[in-house]
Design a protein around this ligand. Structure first.
Ligand code: ATP
Ligand code: 5RP
Length: 397
């Protein structure tokens, strides 16, 4: 029997069951907008299957949801909000994965933040103790009652029960900010969207789809920038993979943001993760695949691959500038990449075709997100394979 710590942010006390049917005792407390936690230590049995924890960091509106849809699709099955739960829940559950949004750990609601003059990006508006306790509990196979931040009302709603899944993805502003939470991650990704591109995407969504004015979009980006620079951006140094999205270099002075230069930065020496390479591992290669086998209209497509340094780490860099004209021809590019962790020839292309309507499907954002999704599946299978063989090895000794 292990000693389990379960922390929740409400005043209810009740009993529940983990997905392995172990009895769990929840004891909780809260103050309206500033959440306090009470931790109850109880005897409980941790699950026999480990939950693999993945962190995905990015600013708001930078493609986290789209990435999550691509990732869960790699594992099969649709991701849905918890059945019969709060319609404004931010959680998505599929057979294999549960994606929780770290906005749920805002300790100050919209009104509390306004009163105190802090943004949601400020660590003071977030409860890292609770985030740590709950991610740790889930990793150990124990269900938790996680708060819900309601984006419609701007308030904290009553919590929802989260059962330990095979893969837990924690996505949001701060998955790598707190060292305790960071240490729980089996793999981490940072979506690094340059200011120019972020602005173009925000205009596309918030102006075209949500009726905001250009001035209000500019003002909101400017207002978030100091805290973004101070608390969000530095997390990329800890990421195992970074997807960096920049304006194209193929069109001089382009400011439309339609053609993108996307860089997949993959840390070397990460357990269970071997970087993807183009043609020849470790060499430096510039490749223009346009011609007989790949249709390219203006401004074309350019790939780059090579070793590089990122902060103090050795990395492999794979870069794609430009747009695909025909997704079915992507197989030509795929066949020149190695270490993709696909299960059959053409799996990346198949995934891309399956989600051709998702944002970024005709450029490196969708392509690299799909590749990272496959690498995460591979990492998960290696971890599970290793923990399944560990008891056998121990028995042999
Ligand atoms: N790869 C992409 N290419 C072009 N546009 C994109 C891409 N990814 C995202 N976008 C744009 O950004 C918007 C937000 O994307 P998404 O919902 O995936 O981001 P998010 O980080 O989950 O946002 P939020 O945190 O605000 O919920 C999309 O509606 C789309 O307009
Ligand atoms: O940065 C964000 C992460 O999604 C949001 O701005 C933050 O969660 C606050 O949300 P809202 O604007 O709905 O109060």
């Amino acid at each position: 029997m292990a000693l389990c710590a379960v922390s929740t942010p409400t005043t209810k006390t009740h009993l529940g069951f983990s997905h392995h049917n172990h009895l769990i005792f929840y004891r909780t407390s809260s103050k309206s907008t500033k959440t306090t936690t009470r931790t109850t230590h109880i005897a409980c049995s941790a699950g026999d299957q480990k939950t693999v924890v993945i962190g995905l960091a990015a600013d708001s509106g930078c493609g986290k949801s789209t990435f999550m849809r691509r990732l869960t699709s790699v594992f099969g099955g649709a991701a849905e909000p918890p059945k019969g739960g709060n319609p404004d829940s931010n959680t998505l559950i599929s057979d294999t994965t549960t994606v929780i949004c770290l906005d749920d750990y805002h300790s100050l609601d919209r009104y509390g933040r306004k009163e105190k003059g802090v943004t949601a990006l400020d660590p003071r508006a977030n409860n890292f103790d609770l985030m740590y306790e709950q991610v740790k509990a889930i990793k150990e196979g124990v269900a938790v009652e996680k708060p819900i931040y309601n984006h419609v009302t701007g308030l904290l709603d009553p919590p929802e029960l989260i059962q330990p899944p095979k893969i837990l993805v924690i996505e949001g502003l701060h998955p790598m900010y707190d060292p305790r939470v960071r240490d729980l991650l089996d793999f981490s990704i940072y979506l690094d969207i340059s200011n120019e591109v972020k602005f173009a995407w925000k205009i596309q969504r918030d102006m075209a789809e949500r009726g905001h004015s250009l001035e209000s979009i500019k003002a909101s980006i400017e207002a978030r920038k100091p805290d973004f620079d101070a608390y969000i951006d530095p997390q990329k140094q800890y990421a195992d993979a970074v997807i960096e999205v920049l304006p194209t270099q193929l069109i001089p002075d382009d400011n439309e943001g339609k053609v993108l230069r996307v860089r997949l930065i993959m840390k070397e020496g990460v357990k269970y993760f071997s970087p993807v390479y183009l043609f020849d591992e470790g060499s430096t290669i510039s490749w223009i695949p346009c011609g007989r086998k790949l249709t390219c209209s203006y401004p074309g497509i350019k790939f780059f691959y090579g070793p590089d340094a990122y902060y103090s780490d050795e990395v492999s860099l794979l870069e794609m500038d430009g747009m695909f004209d025909r997704l079915d021809e992507l197989i030509y590019v795929e066949s020149h990449l190695s270490n993709l962790s696909t299960k059959f020839y053409g799996e990346v292309t198949q995934q891309m075709l399956k989600h051709a309507d998702f944002p970024g499907s005709n450029n490196g954002t969708g392509f690299f997100q799909t590749i990272v999704g496959l690498k995460i599946r591979d990492l998960y299978e290696q971890i599970i394979g290793e923990s399944a063989s560990a008891p056998l090895e121990a028995a042999k000794v």
